[in-house]
Design a protein around this ligand. Structure first.
Ligand SMILES: *[C@@H]1O[C@H](CO)[C@@H](O)[C@H](O)[C@H]1NC(C)=O
Ligand SMILES: *[C@@H]1O[C@H](CO)[C@@H](O)[C@H](O)[C@H]1NC(C)=O
Ligand SMILES: *[C@@H]1O[C@H](CO)[C@@H](O)[C@H](O)[C@H]1NC(C)=O
Ligand SMILES: *[C@@H]1O[C@H](CO)[C@@H](O)[C@H](O)[C@H]1NC(C)=O
Ligand SMILES: *[C@@H]1O[C@H](CO)[C@@H](O)[C@H](O)[C@H]1NC(C)=O
Ligand SMILES: *[C@@H]1O[C@H](CO)[C@@H](O)[C@H](O)[C@H]1NC(C)=O
Ligand SMILES: *[C@@H]1O[C@H](CO)[C@@H](O)[C@H](O)[C@H]1NC(C)=O
Length: 615
């Protein structure tokens, strides 16, 4: 199944690049400008939630009115987000461009570093988020001019003169023409093309000011072939290539447009067919070469290609979730929000809208599709398919009916349902699922975001680990310094927070916190150094030999004291400050099932020290 999806992804992207002139969302040239201000650690969770909320709303607005100005949150964690497409793009290209733009702006690190502001310029669209209302801002100290490296080949004097005339004209015409203008100058056999646009939130005279500044800056780019000014309130570009769509072409020539559409459709289908055949032939050959071992595999691939139930259409998933209606929202993970959906055949599924965190968005998607589909374990949520043809990428999972552990913890009555034996089963199942990810699957996978809300419970309270969005293949060597720290605060291992060092022991740490939470019936408060931290509380009780006092009082006396102490001790062992001393997940499973000896834990992190000093 993974293969089918991969092939479809490949097709889409090939089509993209093979036919740039027919439909070009102008998403290849990227400039990110990040602000220096960061949210403090206690503010981050709420800042991130507000950030994600504005992006979801902005996507919806851009898809209807081509721009969005959105605010979410209160106080210090308010997020302001603005997005807009260039006015010559078609709505489809606009959606594609914005999908990429909002993912790329995460390069600035709203998640990892709590960065409170970022702008991302593509040639087809723009997005900015910040911690203050910048909507009517025209100029800013961080505005930049980006010049291509290639010099124009030809008479530089004429070229520079043409650029000068062109950009002046753009700056005069755009404010008079709904904030947007494209044009060209052709003098002395040299043609230069240009585009200028002020953002929707920037009014007439502010637009003039912004573009006047752009004109004075863009001149510094000649004699380079191409230049761009990226201002807070406007965008200007000149190039020796005609890069824009000409609206008068479209208005005057409906036939033209239809013809392009037909050509596009025909070319795309033909290309798709050729690619499918090529791929199948290629795989077939490869398999024959692999001593015909893959004959069965090929059969499977072919039949799945033809059936292709894995490739859901975007429209059908949109309908299944009532257009991603809020009432169908099951949760919000770091890698995207999850919705409940009912397919036309009545099957209930969970559908995840992916948020990509870095420029390798395609790679991430491949990872997610490839990795997860190859994985099959009773304690891991099953992936059923994907959709890649719509404006955003979607993954379809089995629906797990009994909600997440987090939901059970939010309502006292539900917590009561988690009897002692149920809690034990949840902890053991989670440990088995993680041991499989780390050690038993062919691919060693670090989950990176183990927490209550990612442990789903099925009808029999069997736990299923969800949200592999952050899972990433990691190379053969055991350690890997992450450039982008993901995950949820409060569950993050100290070495990961401080040094970005990611090993499976970071998951073991998160699992340790989860064990303490499940046994104590309390949520862990991130980093508090007082008695509110259950890690600190359990550690203190361990010191005085009264571990059982930590067990959730709801359970009253209906639990095994020895078993409870063992579980808590395993929890402490997993949450030790030293990553080396934490046991591997397979050892944890042994400790939980056999009478395997449980060593004395050493102290957890952050005891009597501030975050910066430990780890
Ligand atoms: C952000 O920090 C960098 C390095 O510390 C500095 O060079 C830059 O000027 C700062 N930018 C702003 C807008 O403060
Ligand atoms: C912020 O986002 C949340 C979640 O999407 C939403 O419930 C809330 O209404 C939004 N607040 C504002 C002020 O838009
Ligand atoms: C907002 O942040 C500033 C400085 O970071 C702090 O002094 C202030 O108390 C914060 N306000 C609120 C409401 O958290
Ligand atoms: C921008 O808007 C704010 C509030 O809406 C206003 O106070 C400010 O004067 C405006 N700035 C400009 C340059 O228009
Ligand atoms: C460039 O063109 C100008 C005007 O046509 C001419 O005066 C100049 O000599 C040319 N320069 C070169 C290097 O050809
Ligand atoms: C600027 O563009 C307008 C509209 O295309 C055109 O009429 C005008 O002649 C141009 N001016 C210059 C200086 O090229
Ligand atoms: C747009 O196309 C028309 C007709 O092909 C042409 O006359 C006009 O110069 C073009 N405008 C721009 C800005 O490229």
């Amino acid at each position: 199944m993974s293969y089918t999806c991969s092939i479809f992804v490949l097709l889409i992207f090939l089509c993209f690049f093979v036919n740039p002139s027919l439909s070009d969302p102008r998403i290849t040239h990227t400039t990110a400008i990040c602000s220096n201000s960061t949210a403090s650690i206690p503010e981050r969770e709420s800042f991130i939630a507000n950030f994600l909320a504005t992006m979801v709303t902005a996507t919806r607005l851009v898809a209807t009115q081509r721009y969005a100005a959105v605010v979410n949150g209160t106080g210090n964690t308010t997020v302001y987000t603005f997005g807009e497409c260039m006015k010559d793009l078609s709505q489809t290209d606009c959606n594609l461009c914005f999908a990429r733009c909002k993912n790329l702006v995460q390069m600035c690190g709203p998640f990892s570093r709590g960065r409170r502001g970022g702008r991302l310029f593509l040639d087809g669209c723009y997005v900015r988020y910040d911690d203050y209302s910048f909507f009517n801002e025209t100029l800013d100290v961080q505005d930049t001019t980006v010049c291509e490296t290639q010099d124009f080949v030809g008479n530089h004097t004429v070229f520079a003169a043409n650029v000068k005339v062109l950009v002046r004209n753009l700056s005069v015409e755009a404010p008079k023409n709904d904030n947007f203008f494209v044009g060209f100058v052709n003098e002395g056999y040299i043609t230069v093309y240009g585009l200028a646009q002020c953002w929707e939130s920037v009014s007439g005279s502010a637009c003039e000011d912004c573009l006047a500044k752009a004109v004075s800056n863009i001149g510094s780019c000649t004699p380079k072939e191409e230049g761009r000014v990226l201002n807070a309130g406007c965008y200007m570009r000149y190039s020796t290539q005609k890069f824009y769509y000409n609206s008068s072409d479209l208005v005057g020539g409906h036939n033209h447009e239809n013809l392009s559409a037909i050509t596009l459709a025909a070319t795309t289908s033909a290309l798709a067919l050729v690619l499918i055949i090529t791929t199948v032939v290629f795989i077939a050959r490869k398999n024959v070469l692999r001593k015909r071992k893959g004959r069965k595999q090929l059969g499977g691939l072919l039949s799945s290609l033809y059936k292709s139930k894995l490739n859901f259409s975007y429209e059908s998933l949109e309908k299944a979730t009532n257009y991603f209606h809020n009432s169908n929202k099951l949760g919000q993970g770091g890698s995207g929000s999850v919705y409940k959906g009912i397919l036309p055949d009545g099957k209930v599924v969970a559908i995840k809208r992916l948020l990509f965190k870095n420029p390798q968005w395609v790679d991430d998607f491949f990872n997610e599709v490839n990795l997860i589909s190859g994985i099959n374990h009773k304690n891991l949520v099953k992936q059923l398919g994907c959709s890649i043809t719509g404006p955003e990428s979607l993954l379809v999972y089995e629906y797990v009916p009994n909600q997440s552990l987090h939901d059970h913890f939010s309502v006292k009555e539900n917590l009561r349902l988690l009897r002692w034996d149920v809690r034990f089963k949840i902890i053991l199942g989670t440990a088995e699922g993680l041991a499989y990810l780390h050690e038993e699957s062919n691919l060693r996978i670090i989950h990176r975001d183990i927490k209550l809300s990612n442990i789903l419970l099925d009808g029999d309270f069997e736990p299923k680990i969800a949200d592999f969005g952050l899972a990433r293949l990691f190379p053969g060597d055991k350690t890997h310094v992450s450039t982008e720290i993901a995950g949820t605060l409060g569950y993050l291992a100290p070495e990961y927070i401080v040094h970005g060092k990611l090993t499976e022991k970071a998951d073991v740490y998160s699992f340790g916190i989860l064990v303490l939470e499940v046994v104590c019936g309390k949520r862990n408060n991130s980093f508090s150094q007082n008695s509110h931290s259950i890690l600190q509380m359990v550690w203190n009780l361990f010191g005085t030999g009264k571990l059982c006092e930590a067990v959730d009082p709801i359970l009253e006396a209906s639990f095994e004291e020895v078993e409870a102490s063992r579980l808590l001790q395993v929890g402490l062992l997993c949450a030790q400050a030293s990553a080396e001393l934490r046991p591997s997940m397979s050892v944890v499973v042994k400790m939980l099932t056999d009478n395997h000896e449980i060593p004395q834990p050493t102290p957890p992190p952050f005891i009597n020290s501030s975050i910066g000093e430990s780890g």
